[in-house]
Design a protein around this ligand. Structure first.
Ligand SMILES: CC(C)(COP(=O)(O)OP(=O)(O)OC[C@H]1O[C@@H](n2cnc3c(N)ncnc32)[C@H](O)[C@@H]1OP(=O)(O)O)[C@@H](O)C(=O)NCCC(=O)NCCS
Length: 203
């Protein structure tokens, strides 16, 4: 999906053409996906010819780990923004952010490093989306909502204005968040209620 976003951005003259995938799955080596070759393993990156990187791993904890490893090496990270996304000009977009088709991000929002804003989600004015979180397709965040680091806001969830979702929390698909959700909690339903809490090692 991230490659597709980058290709669409490239077609619209908004980004360079992706040079290749790197992946630690040996079965992928040599394959061509969406016209883009799989070049090799993550550890082999320094040997490739490239200008910048983006971490296209869906699972939040793993994406954060790989992002941090690359950032430690001072690698340059790009954002991937689909040309069919509508992002207000004053929105702060961090490094390695993915913004898919149909997303709307309104004025004053802050989208931190490594965040995924998935297809058709909306992020209203002055929301703060912390690093490596994932706003799933069709989720809606009311004005001033806060999503903590590494949190997952599930498909079609609604978060009422000003509510806060803690770091590494998971909000189940279709939930309606009417009050703050603690860090590491899993919450589901309408209104969202906590069904469990994981210690940090399980995130
Ligand atoms: C909430 C969620 C994180 C829980 O995952 P999990 O810990 O693996 O939970 P399970 O699938 O084992 O389900 C546990 C219970 O919660 C219920 N449940 C799971 N998701 C639910 C949801 N979204 N709403 C209501 N109930 C839900 C299950 O039916 C099950 O109930 P039961 O014990 O009575 O059978 C997950 O179901 C979910 O909704 N994830 C969002 C996925 C998503 O949007 N991903 C983005 C993809 S792009």
């Amino acid at each position: 999906m991230v490659a597709d976003v980058l290709l669409r951005a490239h077609e619209a003259d908004l980004a360079g053409r992706p040079a290749g995938f790197v992946d630690d799955n040996p079965d992928l080596l040599g394959r061509v996906i969406l016209g883009i070759p799989v070049l090799g393993r993550i550890s082999e990156i320094p040997g490739f010819d490239y200008e910048a990187l983006i971490v296209a791993i869906g699972e939040n904890r793993r994406r954060a780990e790989v992002f941090d490893q690359l950032a430690e090496r001072a690698e340059r990270m790009v954002a991937a923004v689909h040309p069919a996304a509508v992002v207000a000009p004053d929105v702060a977009i961090g490094e390695g952010v993915v913004i898919c088709a149909g997303v709307v991000v309104n004025t004053g929002a802050v989208v931190s490093d490594g965040v995924i804003l998935n297809s058709g989600c909306t992020v209203d004015h002055h929301c703060r989306i912390d690093a490596h979180s994932h706003i799933a397709p069709g989720a809606h965040l009311g004005g001033g909502a806060h999503v903590g680091e590494g949190a997952l806001v599930g498909i079609g969830t609604s978060v009422l204005p000003g509510q806060s979702i803690g770091a590494w929390a998971r909000v189940g698909a279709g939930a309606v968040v009417t009050r703050d959700i603690p860090a590491h909690a899993t919450s589901v339903g309408v209104p969202a209620r906590e069904t469990g809490r994981r210690d940090g090692s399980e995130d």
